[in-house]
Design a protein around this ligand. Structure first.
Ligand code: HEC
Ligand code: HEC
Ligand code: HEC
Ligand code: HEC
Ligand code: HEC
Ligand code: HEC
Ligand code: HEC
Length: 445
């Protein structure tokens, strides 16, 4: 039987016992009333008198016992608060193992936030001490719901959170995210909020100070830094256009992916709409691929990961055929949603001769380079909580190179030289770090 079904049964039993004992108490009260004339002190009074006598006889022992009781009580609640805040505890009820409602623990476990040890209540509760306590009270309601509401009701609520964007935005408003992902907002929220109680921090988010936290985790400041892959201003879209994080990052923890990418449809839907109202907005037109896809352009130009004094390294083949370059996306992509394959590249680009084997070769080679790095990435994340500051910096360097492969969903077609270089650098930095941590380095092909 599941833990909470048992709990439900126990509670019912308790309630019956409780009713019986109330009756007993009422009976005793009646009996005491009739005894009152006898002036015999009651049982509690007798106990109090005895405690009083002890306190007089051994005052220091008495004080010590009182202090011990207080400590046990405080520590007990503190521990109970801690224990009921772990993701594992939440997972007792949020138990499904497919992506979707009820599977929040399962999906969280697959997500970069869990690898970075950001727990459930870091995102499900206003930052600060009172936010934490409020989240705990919300947790009591969860318990109530588990016991007294039907399974259908539970699934209905959980489905709403996962599918109704407006509802989700209220459940997890922007402030819950920007405290970790921006410096200025971190300082604002910390300034307005009581972050801890007597210096005791109950969860990760309440200890987050930026820029330190952000830098230690290799994160960008979303309002000040350029994004790595897409030309995009968070400041304009959130603070002027008025968007919520979840407008583009819904499913950020529960989408079932390690990292959750925004969808191009979201950008197009709004830009198209706004252009109808005002043709002069500066939002790029859908065909202007290069205005948004800056890392793909840098791959084409051979400038991605370029260090001081190095020459650009454009893709080794077909460059002189005019296929590549910021303006030439359409030589392979029929439109924004088209994904070229060996078959379409073969016929579109290569005329009579079938070069699709080259396409397959590049992609197979890419997979071979990336595979051991995937394993290394996971192992390093698992060890990241015991890394020194210096090791963490190495880890962030590893991630920078590894992310080039993760972000290049053409699997090397956009530039076979750069992905090879990124893979080699990631492996060099990653294995040095792995060695220093005693983690075995996965072998390449
Ligand atoms: C005792 C079982 C139980 C535990 C433990 C539990 N939950 Fe829940 N949770 C539920 C139920 C049941 C609901 C649906 C609420 C209802 O029935 O009204 C729910 C709903 C939620 C919701 C959606 C609330 C809404 O208003 O849409 C969130 C978010 C949530 N839980 C997070 C958590 C987190 C975080 C933890 C761990 C700290 C946790 N839960 C632990 C049973 C539980
Ligand atoms: C990085 C922040 C983040 C973390 C960490 C996180 N959540 Fe969520 N959670 C969200 C967001 C955002 C939503 C809103 C719906 C969506 O976008 O998926 C949400 C929605 C939910 C819901 C509502 C129903 C649903 O499926 O959408 C529940 C329940 C929930 N989370 C529970 C949990 C539990 C349990 C954990 C820990 C095991 C957890 N969350 C960890 C951000 C987070
Ligand atoms: C307690 C701090 C914290 C909170 C709260 C938090 N995050 Fe994160 N977030 C992180 C960390 C740490 C990482 C992982 C960095 C890494 O190791 O790659 C991360 C990663 C991400 C990434 C992926 C970044 C990448 O490199 O691709 C996105 C997107 C993101 N968070 C969005 C959100 C959103 C949206 C919310 C609010 C629902 C949120 N985060 C809440 C700390 C936090
Ligand atoms: C209009 C869509 C949109 C909105 C709204 C939005 N983002 Fe983003 N976000 C993006 C895009 C696009 C990227 C860049 C992806 C890339 O370059 O790989 C991104 C990247 C990120 C990253 C990754 C940064 C890194 O370190 O690599 C984080 C974290 C993030 N967003 C958090 C947030 C938070 C928090 C909010 C709410 C305040 C938010 N975003 C609102 C579209 C959006
Ligand atoms: C809800 C509406 C909305 C969504 C969603 C949206 N945008 Fe925009 N975006 C705008 C508006 C409005 C402007 C033009 C503002 C102006 O002209 O002052 C704009 C302008 C831009 C610009 C040009 C601004 C500059 O700084 O050069 C870029 C690039 C851009 N958006 C990228 C994106 C990307 C990428 C996404 C999807 C991840 C996205 N936008 C999603 C409303 C939106
Ligand atoms: C307004 C900005 C914008 C423009 C213009 C744009 N894209 Fe995108 N595109 C994005 C974003 C944001 C994503 C999703 C994030 C990512 O893949 O890094 C994306 C994703 C994609 C994907 C993957 C889609 C998928 O379903 O997985 C392809 C392919 C793509 N773009 C090609 C193009 C091509 C080709 C063009 C020009 C015809 C183009 N894009 C124009 C912003 C844009
Ligand atoms: C030589 C042919 C070629 C050219 C030129 C080209 N691409 Fe691609 N691109 C591909 C292939 C092949 C894929 C992989 C499609 C797949 O299997 O998903 C791809 C994938 C992508 C993706 C990622 C799709 C995803 O699944 O996330 C984006 C984004 C993209 N291309 C953007 C561009 C942009 C922007 C340009 C112009 C600057 C461009 N491409 C030029 C061949 C090309």
């Amino acid at each position: 039987m599941n833990f909470f079904a048992k709990l439900k049964e126990k509670l019912a039993e308790r309630y019956t016992n409780f009713k019986a004992s109330m009756q007993e108490r009422a009976d005793r009260k009646l009996a005491r009333k009739s005894n009152a004339e006898a002036k015999e002190p009651g049982r509690f009074k007798k106990w109090l008198l005895r405690v009083g006598a002890f306190a007089k006889r051994r005052p220091s022992a008495f004080a010590a016992i009182i202090v011990a009781i207080i400590v046990v009580f405080l520590f007990g609640t503190y521990e109970a608060l801690h224990l009921t805040s772990t993701p594992q505890f939440c997972g007792q009820c949020h138990v499904e193992t497919q992506t979707g409602p009820g599977a929040e623990f399962h999906t969280w476990q697959k997500n970069v936030h869990s690898f970075a040890e950001v727990g459930c209540i870091d995102c499900h509760g206003r930052p600060g001490f009172f936010g934490y306590m409020r989240a705990k009270i919300g947790g009591m309601y969860d318990l109530y719901g588990e016991i007294f509401h039907s399974k259908e009701h539970k699934m209905e609520i959980l489905t709403k959170g996962a599918t109704d964007l407006e509802y989700a935005k209220k459940l997890v408003p922007n402030d819950y995210c920007v405290i970790c992902h921006s410096d200025s907002e971190n300082q604002r929220i910390r300034g307005e909020t009581m972050m801890s109680f007597f210096g005791v921090e109950m969860r990760k988010v309440d200890g987050v100070k930026n820029p330190e936290f952000r830098q230690a985790n290799g994160l960008l400041d979303i309002y000040n830094d350029e994004m790595p892959n897409i030309s995009f201003s968070h400041d304009m879209h959130v603070n002027s256009v008025g968007l919520s994080c979840l407008d583009c990052h819904s499913g950020v923890a529960h989408g079932g992916e390690f990292k959750n990418k925004p969808k191009m449809e979201t950008c197009f839907a709004c830009h198209d709409e706004r252009r109808k109202e005002n043709a002069d907005i500066i939002a790029p037109a859908n065909e202007e691929c290069a205005s948004c896809h800056k890392s793909v352009v840098a791959l084409h130009d051979g400038t991605l990961l370029l260090e001081e004094g190095e020459e650009p390294t454009p893709p080794s083949m077909m460059v002189d055929m005019g296929v590549y370059g910021a303006e030439n996306c359409s030589s392979c992509h029929a439109d924004a949603f088209d994904k070229p394959t060996a078959a379409t590249c073969g016929t579109n680009c290569h005329g009579e001769m079938d070069y699709s084997f080259m396409f397959d070769e590049i992609r197979a080679n890419f997979d071979a380079v990336k595979k051991p790095l995937d394993i290394l990435n996971t192992e390093l994340y698992k060890a990241s909580n015991k890394m020194t500051a210096e090791q963490k910096a190495k880890f962030n360097e590893f991630k920078k190179y590894y992310d080039v492969l993760v972000n290049d969903n053409s699997k090397g077609i956009h530039n076979d030289i750069i992905y090879t270089k990124a893979g080699e650098k990631a492996m060099a930095v990653g294995s040095e770090l792995a060695n220093s941590l005693g983690i075995p380095v996965p072998a390449g092909e």
